[in-house]
Ligand binder design. Structure first.
Ligand code: UD1
Length: 354
């Protein structure tokens, strides 16, 4: 099959690394980078560290409002599809790049395969939720990471073409954790000892675009009884400046980490405080307690098993949950698959008949 894969933002680079490798064993792959993320530390460093092949097309769309960004992608992807005439278009996750790729392909009658289908936060104010629902409803092959995702799709009447290969982020993590432990010097560089610090990430619009929420989160971090290592997404850094927020002495604001440093710091943390979906799940797999700075999550399994707690942007709750992290938890289970999701995805694509 000729598979046209579309990526554009940091989490998609992580997901596409194992899938692209397996897809290329049996199919011809054309890789498109929309350019949604363009900073070196959000994009190129992932291609380098994860050994992702250089994109065949770089659309250089960059930032913009949702309409502008998604619209430009749609137009540019349509041209690539017209030229390449792929048999399948493969999209990942829930970003504007995902929706643009799925929509362009569906309108051109090219079958769409969605990796990470069926996730729901049931919060339509999140741009990611709108992207997920629309992408799933114009997809022909739906690769679910969890049984919950399969049930979510069934509840919306989507049952045809639904598969449960497992989560490709487990594939990426299994493969790269030993490398991260071997290669990353991040703990030593920051003078940190294992379990002697917190790791934090904040980039969701719901937190960054609300001054009160971002202030409450930063106030909570300042009250924690250990250093907080905080790799800052560019949008959050801009908001610190805009709202006049200055981090407290125990909060170390640093540039976004490459994947290996992030894995090393995450696996050594006492707890992670985050509003990222991917980080919640990585924490669960690495058996690191997670305090989620949101009111809801797509990764309900992490909460059910007691490894994750939802606290929103409530300063007192953030502090209380972070400091007691390490309490009773249910046995850890392989809720996100066995690390062979990418192989299954490549095989299912091979069997697909429109
Ligand atoms: C996007 C995804 C989000 C995902 C996140 C991972 C959407 C709607 N959101 O959010 O689901 O969790 O990626 O990081 O697709 N910027 C830079 N340099 C860059 C990229 C962005 O400075 O390389 C700044 C720009 O000011 C931009 C802002 O960050 O306006 C937000 O970027 P954008 O791509 O719109 O969304 P993310 O917040 O990164």
């Amino acid at each position: 099959m000729k598979v046209l894969s579309i990526v554009g933002a940091r989490p998609q680079f992580v997901k596409c690394a194992p899938v692209s490798r397996e897809v290329r064993k049996v199919h011809e792959e054309v890789l498109v980078h929309t350019g949604q993320h363009y900073d070196y530390l959000l994009s190129e460093v992932f291609f380098r560290d994860l050994g992702i092949p250089a994109p065949d097309y770089h659309l250089e769309i960059g930032s913009g409002s949702h309409g502008v960004q998604t619209g430009r992608m749609l137009a540019a992807i349509e041209e690539v599809i017209a030229k390449e005439e792929p048999e399948i278009v493969l999209v990942y996750g829930d970003t504007n790049s995902t929706l643009a790729g799925a929509l362009a392909a569906a309108k051109m009658h090219v079958p769409v395969a969605h990796v990470e289908a069926g996730l729901r936060s049931f919060d339509r104010r999140m741009p990611e939720e709108v992207n997920r629902v629309l992408t799933d409803h114009c997809s022909d092959i739906l690769f679910c990471p969890t049984a919950t995702a399969v049930r979510n799709l069934a509840a919306e009447g989507v049952t045809a073409g639904v598969h449960l290969p497992g989560d490709v982020m487990v594939d990426a993590l299994r493969e790269n954790l030993p490398l991260a432990r071997e290669r990353s010097t991040a703990l030593a560089d920051f003078g940190l000892s294992p379990k002697g610090y917190f790791l934090a990430t904040v980039h969701r619009a719901g937190n960054t675009d609300d001054p009160a929420a971002l202030r409450a989160i930063m106030e909570a971090f300042s009250r924690l009884d250990a250093p907080v290592i905080f790799p800052v997404h560019p949008r959050t850094r801009k908001k610190f400046a805009e709202y006049g927020i200055a981090p407290a002495a125990n909060v170390r604001i640093v540039e976004p980490f490459p994947y290996f440093d992030m894995l090393a710091l995450l696996s050594g943390a006492r707890a992670v405080l985050t509003d990222s979906g991917g980080v919640q799940k990585e924490a669960y797999i690495l058996e690191v307690p997670c305090v989620t700075l949101r009111e809801n999550t797509e990764w309900v399994e992490t909460v059910e098993d007691g490894w994750n707690v939802l606290v929103g942007a409530d300063a007192d709750q953030i502090v209380a949950e972070a400091e007691k992290a390490g309490g009773a938890r249910l046995p850890h289970s392989a809720r996100f698959g066995d690390g062979h999701a990418a192989e299954r995805i490549a095989a299912i694509i091979a069997e697909y008949e429109p």
